[in-house]
Design a protein around this ligand. Structure first.
Ligand code: 3PY
Length: 251
């Protein structure tokens, strides 16, 4: 059975003290509570160690939002997958559209990042999604399929089964627009079919595919009710426990 996951992506928000306070507040909100999904928070790099030490990591998985495409060496300012793993973080968000667009991360670079993440036992939350012009031109399926093929389809079935996918239509990120539940389900079913074509039904059935892009407390229930939507990658609404917990509880 594939996992249901609600993962926060804090992006470049919250200084260390604010981030720690938010993580502790979430930890307190989850204490003694049974929820029907795994909860993950994606923090800036500098928060990772403090957050891992501050929360019950059996209840909250901690994610980095990126890692380097090189293992180690003279790459000033970069943070390797091994460094991320050494903090106790268990996940890494890779291929977010903001990184593809603003930091020019190509399919090749992302392929390297995925390999290094897996080598260091991190679970990649791998983001894919089309821009508005691609959707309007009816190319959204083709675009998403090639993003998956180009960065992930050289993996063995065993390695692929360690990946979590997040479909984030770029036109729904930070715009307040959300894909309708039907649009999300249609794309998630297409992604699962694409995975089945490459790795077989079992791997496809066991892959968690999250929806991201302005997912919030008012639309999460409807999105998560779809058979192929296994949770969410949550941006702005992960920055407050009052907004994030209703999404966690939407399952
Ligand atoms: C958003 O919801 O805006 C996101 O980009 C989540 O990653």
């Amino acid at each position: 059975m594939r996992k249901k996951i609600v993962a926060g992506n804090w992006k470049m928000n919250k200084n260390l003290q604010e981030g720690l306070a938010l993580a502790q507040e979430l930890d307190a909100a989850l204490k003694g509570k049974t929820v029907n999904c795994d909860v993950v928070i994606g923090t800036p790099f500098i928060h990772l160690t403090s957050v891992v030490n501050a929360v019950d990591t059996t209840k909250i998985g901690v994610a980095a939002q990126n890692c380097a495409d090189k293992a180690s060496g003279a790459y000033t300012g970069e943070v390797s997958a091994e460094m991320v793993a050494s903090t106790g973080a268990k996940y890494v968000i890779l291929g977010h559209s903001e990184r593809r667009a603003y930091y020019h991360e190509t399919a090749e670079i992302l392929k390297e990042k995925v390999l290094l993440a897996l080598k260091n036992n991190l679970t990649p939350i791998f983001c894919i999604g089309e821009v508005l012009e691609e959707r309007e031109a009816g190319r959204h399926f083709e675009v998403v399929k090639s993003q998956i093929e180009e960065s992930l389809f050289d993996l063995s079935a065993e390695d692929f089964s360690k990946i979590v996918l997040a479909y984030e239509p770029v036109w729904a990120i930070g715009t307040g627009k959300t894909a309708t539940a039907e649009q999300a389900q249609e794309m998630h079913a297409f992604i699962r079919k694409t995975l089945a074509g490459k790795y077989g039904e079992e791997v496809a059935d066991n892959t968690s595919i999250l929806y991201g892009g302005s997912c919030n407390a008012s639309n999460a229930k409807e999105l998560f009710a779809n058979p192929d939507v296994d949770g969410g990658l949550i941006g702005g609404a992960s920055l407050g426990v009052d907004k994030f917990m209703p999404i966690v509880e939407a399952f």
